[in-house]
Design a protein around this ligand. Structure first.
Ligand code: PMP
Length: 366
């Protein structure tokens, strides 16, 4: 058997755009310390500033508001660490890089569909000691649910809290306008949109507040020290441009995702998480009873198909997903959850073959 593997785990990390590969390789061939004033350095600086324009466009913000860093884990830690010792609210379905960076934070519950509970949020906001920050992701990485960030941010503003939004899984998937959302800090990651791993950005709103995590050489106007990863940042810029122009193509993935859910639903009694909430087009998190996720994932892997058993970042540990438990899903059921996430290179043929193989495995395990 000499079949191409089928990659259906874009939410863990997306396939690199060929245009990004080209950008990165071109820049790896020469040394670029963007702080140096010689020609090599100035070339690096130019590439970074071009990327800044492109990444800013992804969030509809002026370029000057973008601070490059190593990815969203760093961006989230930068913001949350800045509010240490103050009252902070976070949604119960945040990524571990928010949850772990703010262990003291109070968690805002979600509905059984995974949507932020706005009534519970307001009750927490209006308590006498007002929170300094609310952190809510725009799109959940596990089930693809789109959170009501605009409404949540408006409430936060009413009670004087600043707003952080982890928009990693929203960029390149839905229209992203930071000011329209009402966010004061926004985190992005290159590798979720077809860029290289190890590059990301913290986008600052117009509140004038600049959280700093890494101190040193004064790069990024003192907001993030460390020699810039020029090739990866430029690759991020190219990916941002590709992702922005590919928004319609991305929306069309919804048809393939729906086809997957329909076909799986005809095999057994399926539960699709977040199904009645607004979702991005590429993600499906589902459970089929009696089929443990890790066994299914391994069986699919043997056939060359990559999917995720719950959140990729926490898989490997046998812990069930914190997102599903926040939604009130019993642990036994959560242990059968699988995530399929499609991306720019996913084809109809791949989905058809995935469904054929899935059905074979599903029946074998029955
Ligand atoms: N936030 C979300 C919602 C994510 O999905 C991820 C990646 N799994 C991160 C943050 C962390 O991003 P990075 O890999 O760039 O550190």
């Amino acid at each position: 058997m000499n079949r191409q593997p089928i990659y259906l785990d874009y939410n863990a990390t997306a396939k690199l755009y060929p245009e990004v590969r080209e950008t990165v390789l071109r820049l790896l061939d020469t040394p670029h310390n963007a702080s140096s004033v010689h020609t090599f350095g100035r070339t690096g600086r130019k590439e970074i500033e071009k990327a800044r324009e492109r990444v800013a466009a992804l969030a509809c913000m002026p370029a000057g508001q973008v601070i490059f860093n190593s990815g969203a884990t760093e961006g989230n830690n930068t913001v949350l660490s800045h509010f240490k010792g103050q009252r902070v609210l976070i949604s119960a379905v945040e990524h571990s890089s928010v949850l772990q960076a703010a262990p003291q934070a109070e968690r805002v519950p979600v509905t059984p569909d995974g949507l932020l509970d706005l009534t519970a949020l307001e009750a927490l906001l209006r308590q006498e000691t007002r929170p300094a920050l609310l952190s809510v992701m725009l799109v959940n990485n596990e089930m693809g649910v789109i959170q009501p960030v605009r409404e949540a941010a408006a409430l936060a503003k009413k009670y004087g809290a600043l707003v952080h939004c982890d928009a990693v899984q929203a960029a390149g998937r839905i229209k992203l306008d930071m000011q329209e959302l009402g966010a004061d800090f926004l985190t992005l990651s290159a590798h979720k949109i077809g860029g290289p791993q190890g590059a990301g950005a913290l986008v600052l709103g117009l509140c004038g507040n600049t959280p700093v995590l890494l101190h040193g050489g004064g790069q990024e106007k003192g907001a993030r020290a460390g020699t810039e990863n020029v090739a990866a940042i430029a690759g991020f810029g190219t990916a941002a441009e590709q992702a922005l122009s590919g928004l319609e193509h991305f929306a069309a993935l919804g048809k393939l995702r729906d086809k997957v859910e329909q076909a799986l639903g005809s095999m057994g009694e399926i539960t699709i998480y977040g199904a009645s909430a607004p979702r991005v087009a590429n993600t499906s998190l589902f459970s089929l009873p009696g089929r443990p996720s890790e066994t299914m994932q391994m069986a699919l892997d043997l056939e060359g198909i990559a999917v995720s058993a719950g959140a990729a970042c926490s898989s490997g540990s046998a812990r069930p997903s914190t997102v599903l438990s926040a939604m009130g899903v019993p642990e036994k059921e959560a242990r059968t959850a699988l995530r399929v996430s499609l991306g720019w290179a996913t084809s109809q043929e791949e989905i058809e073959r995935f469904l054929e193989i899935f059905e074979k495995i599903y029946k074998r395990m029955g």
